[in-house]
Design a protein around this ligand. Structure first.
Ligand code: SF4
Length: 396
């Protein structure tokens, strides 16, 4: 099982971000958050008998900005989890953080000492003009300093988050950021294209014509050339937006893509457990009230076998390992080639997909258009499902 802990606070909101978090200009986490989080852990441990759960193999503090927590607070949460759940001895404990808050004196060494084994840093760019445009609070120099501090504190598993397809960015600019990131020698890199999300300040600016993102040809060059550069520097692409050195794939995200159950804690956290999915209220007060009154899984939805099948196809096709044909057949009770063989053959001819006896996987060009490919594939799979569903006779 995976445990996700949402820390819904940031020093300041970035204009492009649609994740749930509230601005905390003084960086002080409200007391009710930590108390409710510990309570939520206790209540879930009581509600889920240990024997019904696989050991926790990953704990992920995401946000928001988890590096606003004090190390002692992170330690309390980890201790409570260890007391209440079976935790695998090699459990990966990741904490996301921003360079400005990670640079607080002593924090990194204390985080390492309390059990955090992996840091995921929100670097986003190593170009100060781009960082200012994104509204980030750190500079490129500060990113470099924090990587050095993290190494000195004993972190042997670092990930840097970067963004591409930024307004005004050129393929050369993106490749320059990637080279500098590789020079910092992290074990893992994430590279997400900026997407303009509904309701964000960036959406308003984009509609006003203030943010011109690179065109299709430039974006394609950024993705394909960026990928080639990273592979050349020893970072294997294992998911559309994720690259790692041998042995350093993010265990938590791999679990999501492989359909492992996860329990989410904290406001707005999503959980998927035993065939049901729910989301904690995206509101600190309402979430805390729910926890206090023991209302743990509000409005859970059952994941139907058909929904699970499509989700598996979508998630697996994001990964370089692709979708195992035997896995599809086990979930669907049918062969994928029977359901969509002609379409898959056409994708192979177009150079968007590779297929062998065991699996199908998108090529790098296919990953560029993964959303369109997945939607088209879904249409065919749904048609195949309908064709096999016995039709009901007319009502008498
Ligand atoms: S720091 Fe991260 S989570 Fe917070 S607003 Fe910025 S992008 Fe969103």
């Amino acid at each position: 099982m995976l445990l996700y802990i949402h820390v819904p606070f940031c020093r300041r909101r970035c204009g492009y971000c649609a994740f749930h978090s509230q601005a905390l200009p003084d960086g002080r986490i409200p007391e009710v958050y930590l108390a409710s989080l510990l309570e939520e852990i206790r209540r879930w441990a009581e509600a889920l008998p240990r024997s019904s759960l696989d050991p926790v193999e990953s704990i992920f503090f995401g946000g928001g900005t988890p590096s606003l927590l004090e190390a002692a607070q992170v330690g309390l949460v980890l201790e409570e989890i260890a007391r209440r759940f079976a935790v695998a001895p090699d459990c990966e404990c990741t904490l996301e953080g921003n360079p400005d808050s990670l640079a607080r004196p002593g924090l990194l060494a204390d985080l390492r000492a309390c059990g955090i084994s992996r840091l995921s840093m929100g670097v986003q760019s190593l170009d100060d003009r781009e960082l200012a445009m994104l509204g980030r609070l750190h500079t490129a120099a500060q990113c470099r300093e924090v990587v050095a501090l993290a190494r000195r504190a004993g972190f042997a598993n670092l990930s840097l988050d970067l963004m591409w397809c930024l307004p005004g960015q050129t393929p050369q600019g993106w490749l320059a950021t990637l080279k500098q990131a590789c020079d910092l020698a992290p074990e893992h890199l994430s590279a997400y294209a900026l997407s303009i999300e509904e309701g964000t300040p960036f959406e308003a600016r984009s509609l006003a014509g203030e943010l011109a993102q690179p065109g299709e040809a430039e974006a394609e060059a950024m993705f394909l050339e960026g990928r080639a550069l990273l592979e050349d520097r020893g970072y294997a692409q294992y998911e559309i937006s994720n690259y790692a050195r041998e042995g350093f794939r993010c265990r938590h995200n791999l679990g999501y893509w492989q359909g492992v159950d996860y329990l989410g804690l904290g406001p707005s956290a999503v959980s998927t457990l035993n065939g049901r999915r729910w989301t904690d209220p995206p509101d600190l007060e309402r979430w805390a009230q729910n926890v206090a009154s023991g209302r743990l899984a509000e409005d859970p939805e059952a994941i139907t076998p058909a929904a699970r099948l499509l989700e598996t196809v979508m998630l697996r096709l994001r990964t370089a390992d692709g979708l195992p044909l035997a896995g599809y057949a086990a979930l669907a009770g049918r062969s994928l080639l029977e359901d969509a063989g002609a379409f898959l053959g056409e994708l192979c001819r177009q150079g968007l997909l590779v297929m062998d006896k065991k699996r199908i996987a998108l090529t790098p060009r296919g990953m560029l258009v993964s959303s369109a490919v997945t939607s088209e594939l879904f249409l065919r799979l749904e048609r195949a499902e309908l064709a096999r569903t016995p039709t009901q006779g007319p009502r008498q």
